[in-house]
Write a new protein. Structure first.
Length: 161
């Protein structure tokens, strides 16, 4: 389905992606009290809330960021409880749905390189993911596990568009 959409968009198929399995580290289970497995704190929730930007489009769920931000204290504890439940029980499939929109940047409309993918999903999912993402990035940095060439989506690092 994705390939058909790509082909319909630019009239050609995308280049094949080749993954070499020897490039992936063997994953081991972390102990329950590990930094990455601890309950989310109110401080972490507040930091994530501060990063949400007003006046953006609604998520797939129709919810706007303003709803969460303007609700203030009424939602803090329910969000915290819900997010900690996600950590223990698993992330709900209903919040995993995303839609990728092809945003035309300019130039020749038939060239794939002139489009940028914009991914839209539920706002609650975005807010939740910010917290474990921050934890994981901090942990990876502390342990020197990130490749120097891996710069996408990192603070103070830039890729050429």
């Amino acid at each position: 389905m994705l390939l058909e959409g790509f082909h319909g968009l630019v009239g050609q198929s995308p280049p094949p992606i080749r993954l070499r399995t020897n490039h992936f580290a063997k994953m081991t289970e972390l102990p329950p009290n590990h930094t990455l497995n601890t309950n989310i704190t109110l401080a972490e929730l507040f930091q994530a809330l501060e990063k949400l930007q007003r006046n953006n489009a609604s998520g797939l769920d129709g919810m706007k960021v303003e709803f969460i931000l303007d609700a203030g204290e009424l939602l803090h504890m329910p969000l915290l409880t819900t997010f900690n439940c996600f950590l223990e029980e698993g992330f709900p499939k209903a919040l995993s749905t995303r839609v990728v929109y092809a945003f035309f940047k300019g130039g020749n409309a038939s060239k794939f390189d002139n489009y940028k993918g914009i991914m839209v999903g539920p706002i609650l999912a975005k807010l939740f993911v910010m917290i474990p993402d921050k934890r994981l990035n901090k942990w990876v940095k502390q342990h020197g596990l990130r490749n120097k060439g891996q710069v996408g989506f990192r603070k103070d690092y830039y890729t050429i568009d």
